[in-house]
Design a protein around this ligand. Sequence first.
Ligand code: PMV
Length: 319
Amino acid sequence: MTTTTTAHTNIALIKYWGKKDPQLHLPYTDSLSLTLDGYSTTTTTQFLPGRQDQVQVNGHPASPAFFQRVVNFLDLVRQVNHSQKGILVQTTNQVPTAAGLASSASGFAALAGSLNRLFQMNLTPTQLSCLARRGSGSASRSIFGGFVRWQHGTGDFDSYALPIDEHPQLPLTLLSVVFNGQAKKVSSTQGMEQAVQTSPFYPQWPQIVERDLDEMLLAIQKQDIAEIGQLAESNCLAMHALNWTARPFFTYFTAETWQLINLLPIWRQRGVLVYATVDAGPNVKLITNQETLPVVRKLVQSKFPQAQLTTLYPGPGLT
Ligand code: PMV
């Protein structure tokens, strides 16, 4: 038997940054994301005759580091199911070439979904979200489509994501701006740990998130894209400020990331609806609406002719 599942990546509008329990991936705070239609991962799993696992990514054997991460996840699922069978994992990322956006969010959500079928576990979406979280925190949110909130919870069984609006009707549009497709130097796990342990501002982070999240929920309800963008941008900059104030400091931003962020207030002054959010890497996702997208595209293209641009819309949950 083989089972195939597809999951889409998500962009956090209110970021998850800091693990209370690094092993279980329990976060200090809630977070809120939008699942996207553009980047997805399709994963097929099947049992192998022996005990050895095999992991293929886009038709090639996985790197040793990724193989180990997947095997750890398989071990977790095998343990729950009292199994010792080897598993073949074949995963394909539908990501524009060299975008460097092959996200662990869509990857572990798709793997959790496929294993749920392979082991006939019949997990509910909430339980699936908990399982995906064990692979990568942000994967908990990719189980659902549209706007999703991950509630931080108190333990392994109540730290899961829930949909807020699975099929948003607002004309929210994102433009992914990829300067650099290379893998990040500081992993999100490492970055979070350093920020939590050393940034003097980390104690304020939970309060910032709580306030931003409440306001974001209202903005979504009002379908106010400017407000959504403004909140996402300021929450993102607060997250990155934790890294700049870590000791020693680090940053995911490159000169181009900064250059683009610095242009936004100028463009907004000219009446262009555009805000930005950035995850644990140098690339930027611009938040705008359908009507303004062509203007934003042109502005970005004129300043960054080399950048790879992809338009993204709200996307679906696990299929
Ligand atoms: O799920 P992880 O460990 O890859 O961490 C994700 C961290 C951010 O993308 C920066 C924020 C988020 O909420 O997705």
